[in-house]
Structures are given as structure tokens and as C-alpha cells.
Design a binder for this molecule. Structure first.
Ligand code: M6R
Length: 609
């Protein structure tokens, strides 16, 4: 997730200053590098570098760029580490075209190869740079692309993936070219100034008149006009006036970042699952070469790792797999040698407990596969194979979209493992991969939409309770652990998760009428025994909330149930089943008057031991 802004004006003098201010309002979308470009005297002028907007502005003085048209970008790295070369905007070979982009061009490697063969040279490792070169290439054929607008149209028809693009050309010094698919892009309208941005706060201080560009639409902006088309036909836009404050607009209308991030999960999962097969194959090769596997993480990332553990140990048969909480690493350090592969899972890539474990492990010869969200952070830099979830920046302290993205990436590795050890043949693998990639985002969207109201109502009910239990069995236990952690950290209701069979060995003693018991109950091998555990709790007056699927007998034993669609692939279950629990925690916090984005005593990134 990156932030984009573009402005074309007839009346304002310092466009670069407006762009810099706009970028500061978009910084929540990404903050590892920044850049702006303007057109002045028929030439493109660019300033960009690694770092926050404040840092880059202090060093380069972004506002020195003159011109009445410009584009800017704040980056959240996906392709290539954060450095000056990979910072946007990106240009073509002639220096006449420059572009900024948010999203992922999935077929960029193929396009880049073709462009190289036609003589183009590239400066960055990004997917974005191909866009500038593609427009340059199209313009070499005036019989097909007589104008920049036509060249831009033709380029958009060649790219696959998700994108919000803004492009300018030195020979058309008043026009901004835009395109959108699955990444947000909004247009701001003021008399003789037009804006385009990833989000409204970028231009809110100048105008509240907005058009939301829709998927598949291409637009051109000049200071006095907005032209939008789709599939070659002109679209009549419907501008509206926003009544937001800059703060609420940053959250795209959601009251909290946590809720926004819960709703961003379909796109975060889609982006994560576009990971290229070679990276997954390299990780799988390391796993298969090793004698033992350690999955190392903390908190929510540990719960994702624990899900991975259940999947891997089944696939790897007798090869030992150990899930290890990073702060407990010392108890496992005797296992580490050059035949060990460590899978380190960390959203931030900076968690000190994980780093403190990885340093000695590396010295002892272990291979390290890192699964992180922040590109080029310390943990992937320590690793042999960095793999990235592409969930975009997560602002809420409670991990939501990054957790499901981690689980999705581990599921992707699990599939590849089965294929490479021969338990899935090529056609089985291909069809399961297609299900994972295509169904996961859509099931997630459906579950969030269909269960939010129920989560809110149940949260109101349990919010007056002091404690809750989260029960599950076998591979579903990590979901219970994560559900309990979410409610604890966000709403401050004490919650415990344990294997349901353990109830009778102690915990059932404190169950009394109305005690909330949340049961994770897919219709799988754990179903029958879990039903008995539900009976035990019900008999003591427990208030049973099950997360289940239709036809599971637990529904009759439950006081309330989230009934989820039956998953076409068991690997998707740990993603589906956590969604209602994230929403339950969020609404419990809101009902109790607690700010879910800033829980007390917690930090987003824990850099102390
Ligand atoms: O950045 P990491 O994934 O390494 O962070 C680990 C934990 O601190 C983190 O998952 C924490 O438990 C979550 N913020 C909880 O929602």
C-alpha cells in the first residue's frame, strides 16, 4: 500500500509544496521512501529518496521544484528494498515520462523482459518502472498510439494485477493520466485546479468536491477538465461533497484503523497470494533440505506460526517441526545446527525477541526463512530467504490483516511442500492453488460482510463480563489462542484459550451461568469431541458462542453461532474462523469505551526484551 498524489493547476504557484503537504496526509499508507516530480520548462524534474517525508524533505527540500503540474508518492515497498532507485516516481529512457503507482503489476517480469529485448534499460527493481517504458514504447508507433492518451490506454490493457496509476508526460505539461483497478484513486475538483490521490485527506484542505474513480476507469485531468472513460466509452462522473475531517478521512470513513484494517483483508490476502512461485520454491527447498524445522515468532505472529506448524508437521511426516515462542528460544537452542531451517514470522520484522534468537541461530549455521510485512526490515535482512506478506502498513496495534496474510503465506508454502514431496500431483496442486488464490479473498469479504452485525450484537452482550474462554481442538487451537489474545489486548476482558479437552482438568471450575465460551468448531475431525465439550460447558450454564458451519450439531447446543461458509480448502479455515473473533474483539472494545487502535501498555513493534 502506497500513497499517491497528483496536481495540475493554473492558479497555484507552488505545486511541490502542495504535493509535499498532501503526502504527509497520506503517510499512514506507507513511509519507507518518498518522491515528487514536476514539469517545468518542458522538462521533468524529480527529487526522491529513502526515508520518511520529513527526513527526505529536510535533506532535499522538495518544495524547491517549480511547475504547475506534479506527482508525488510515499512508498510501502513490495518489489525491491526501500532505496533511492526504487523510490517513485519512475521514468522512461527519454526522461519525458514519469509515473507513480500503488498496487502490484503481476505480469511485470514478462513485460520487463520484452522491453529489455527492445532496448529499454531499467534503473529500479520495481514493477512500476515498466509503466513508463511501456508508454515510451507505444509512442514509438504513432500509427497505433498517436497521442499519450492512446498510448496510456494501450498500456493499461496490457497490465495485470491491482493498480492506481498517475502519469505525466513533459510534452503534455497540463495533463495527468490516471487508471485504477483494485487500488483506490479519488479526484478532487476545484475551479482551475484538479487533484488525484489515493485518499481524500491529501487534498481536503483545498476542496471537498470529490469523484471516486471506479475499477477499470481511465481518466485525464487538466486544470479545467476531468474526462473519465471505461472500455472506450465516456463515463459521466457523479461528484459529491465530503463532510469529513482530515482525521476521519485518513481512516476512509471508518471510526478506527483496526476496523479499516479488518475490512482491508480481502485485498491484503489477494496481494499476499500474488507471491511468485520461485520465492516459495526456494523456501520449500530449504525446508526439505533441513533435518528439523523451527517456527519462531511472538504474539499474533506466533499464532500464525502455530497454524503453519500443524500444517507442516502433517505434510512432513516424521521430520520434526517445533513451534517456538521467540522469548523462549533458549530452551530450544540446543537443537540448532546447520541442518536446521528456521521460519521466522514477524509483521514488523523488528521484534527484538525474534532477532535475539536469530543471531545465535545464524552463527550456529541455521538457514533462515523470514515471513515479514515490512520490506527490508531487520529480520528479512538477517534471513537467507525473505518472503513478504503484502498487507500494507498496519496502524492499529492489534494485528488483523497482517495475521491472516501470514496464515495465507504459510498455507501457500504448505501447498508447495505437498507438491514438491509428491503428495499432490501437478493437476491437484494447480487446482488447489487456484482455489487458495481466488477463493480466499472472496470468502473473507463475504464472512466480514455477513457477520459484522452479529459480532457487534454479541460483543455488546459479553462486554460486561470479566472473563471468557476460547476453546478448540487440534489444528484449530491457534485460532482460539488468537481470538483470546485479540479480546484481551483490545477490550481488556480477561480471556483464556486452551485445548477443549483440558476443560475438565481445571478451567471448568470457574464456569458459571452466562460465562462466555467461544468454541471454534469447523466440521472437521475435531467436531465430535468438541461437541461433548460444548455439552459440559452448557451444563454449567456457560453462554456458548460457536464459530462453525452449517450442519454442525454444535449449532443446537449454542446460544449463538457465527455460521461460516464451508471452505473449499481446509487451509483457508484458519483465515475464515478468525474474522468473526477480530470483529468481536473490536466491538467489545468500542462497547466498553476503549480505543481499539491504542490499547494501554502495548506498542505496535516491541523492540525490548
Ligand atoms: O511485529 P511482530 O509480528 O513480530 O510482533 C509480534 C507481536 O508483538 C504482535 O504480533 C502482537 O502480539 C500483536 N500486536 C497483537 O495483536
Amino acid at each position: 500500500m502506497c500513497g499517491i498524489i497528483a496536481i495540475t493547476t493554473q492558479s497555484k504557484k507552488n505545486v511541490s509544496k502542495m504535493i509535499t503537504t498532501g503526502l504527509k496526509r497520506l503517510e499512514y499508507r506507507g513511509y519507507d521512501s518518498v518522491g515528487i516530480a514536476t514539469i517545468n520548462n518542458g522538462k521533468i524534474h524529480t527529487l526522491k529518496d529513502k526515508g520518511t517525508i520529513e527526513k527526505v524533505d529536510n535533506a532535499l527540500n522538495l518544495e524547491q521544484l517549480e511547475g504547475t503540474i506534479g506527482i508525488g508518492h510515499t512508498r510501502w515497498a513490495t518489489h525491491g528494498p526501500p532505496n533511492r532507485e526504487n523510490a517513485h516516481p519512475h521514468g522512461d529512457c527519454t526522461g519525458e515520462i514519469t509515473v507513480v503507482h500503488n498496487g502490484i503489476i503481476e505480469n511485470y517480469l514478462k513485460l520487463k523482459q520484452k522491453l529489455r529485448e527492445s532496448g529499454h534499460s531499467f534503473i529500479s527493481e520495481t514493477d512500476t518502472e515498466v509503466l513508463a517504458h511501456l508508454v515510451e514504447e507505444e509512442l514509438k508507433h504513432p500509427e497505433l498510439a498517436p497521442t499519450v492518451k492512446e498510448a496510456f490506454r494501450r498500456v493499461i490493457s496490457q497490465i495485470e494485477g491491482s493498480y492506481a496509476i498517475t502519469l505525466i508526460h513533459a510534452k503534455e505539461p497540463e495533463t495527468i493520466f490516471l487508471a485504477r483497478k483494485d487500488s483506490p484513486l479519488v479526484i478532487g475538483i476545484q475551479d482551475d485546479t484538479k487533484f488525484a490521490a489515493s485518499d481524500i485527506p491529501a487534498f481536503l484542505e483545498y476542496t471537498k468536491k470529490v469523484i471516486v474513480l471506479k475499477d477499470g476507469e481511465i481518466a485525464t485531468l487538466t486544470p479545467k477538465s476531468v474526462y473519465i472513460e471505461k472500455n472506450g466509452y465516456r463515463v459521466q462522473p457523479k461528484p459529491f461533497i465530503v463532510s469529513w475531517t482530515a482525521e476521519s478521512a485518513q481512516k476512509s470513513g471508518y471510526p478506527h484503523f483496526m476496523l479499516k484494517e479488518i475490512h482491508e483483508q480481502p485485498i491484503a490476502l489477494r496481494n499476499t497470494l500474488t507471491i511468485n512461485s520461485e520465492s516459495v520454491h526456494s523456501a520449500v527447498t530449504k525446508i526439505l533440505e533441513a533435518e528439523r524445522i523451527i517456527i519462531l515468532a511472538c504474539g499474533t505472529s506466533y499464532h500464525a506460526g502455530l497454524t503453519g506448524y500443524h500444517q507442516f508437521q502433517r505434510i512432513l511426516n516424521k521430520k520434526p517441526v517445533y513451534p517456538v515462542i521467540a522469548s523462549e528460544y533458549d530452551s530450544y537452542s540446543h537443537l540448532i545446527d546447520n541442518e536446521t531451517a528456521i521460519i521466522a514470522v514477524s509483521q514488523s520484522g523488528e521484534t527484538l525477541d525474534v532477532m535475539k534468537a536469530l543471531s545465535p541461530a545464524k552463527k550456529d549455521g541455521a538457514s533462515i526463512i523470514a515471513i515479514t510485512n515490512v520490506v527490508d526490515s531487520s529480520i528479512p535482512r538477517l534471513s537467507n530467504i525473505p518472503l513478504y506478506t503484502r498487507a500494507g502498513p498496519e496502524i492499529g496495534v492489534a494485528a488483523t490483516k497482517t495475521h491472516t496474510a501470514q496464515v495465507a503465506l504459510l498455507a501457500r508454502i504448505a501447498l508447495q511442500l505437498q507438491h514438491e514431496i509428491g503428495t499432490l500431483d501437478k493437476s491437484e496442486f494447480d487446482s488447489m492453488l487456484q482455489i487458495l488464490n481466488e477463493e480466499t479473498p472472496s470468502i473473507t469479504r463475504k464472512i466480514i460482510q455477513q457477520n459484522e452485525f452479529k459480532a457487534k450484537r454479541l460483543a455488546e452482550r459479553i462486554s460486561s463480563r470479566k472473563s471468557a474462554y476460547f476453546l478448540a481442538r487440534g489444528p484449530n487451537l491457534p485460532i482460539a489462542l488468537e481470538g483470546a489474545l485479540k479480546i484481551k489486548e483490545i477490550s481488556y476482558i480477561h480471556a483464556e484459550a486452551f485445548p477443549a479437552g483440558e476443560s475438565k482438568h481445571g478451567p471448568i471450575a470457574i464456569v458459571e451461568p452466562s460465562f462466555p465460551i467461544i468454541m471454534i468448531a469447523p466440521n472437521d475431525a475435531t467436531a465430535k469431541k468438541l461437541l461433548n465439550n460444548a455439552e459440559e460447558m452448557k451444563a454449567r450454564g456457560g453462554y456458548i458462542i460457536s464459530v462453525t458451519e452449517k450442519d454442525h450439531s454444535i449449532i443446537q447446543r449454542s446460544d449463538s453461532a457465527f455460521i461460516l461458509p464451508t471452505s473449499p480448502l481446509h487451509l483457508i479455515n484458519p483465515i475464515s474462523y478468525i474474522l468473526p473473533l477480530q470483529m468481536l474483539a473490536y466491538y467489545a472494545a468500542v462497547t466498553r469505551g476503549v480505543d481499539p487502535d491504542k490499547p494501554k501498555n502495548l506498542a505496535k513493534t516491541v523492540t525490548v526484551e
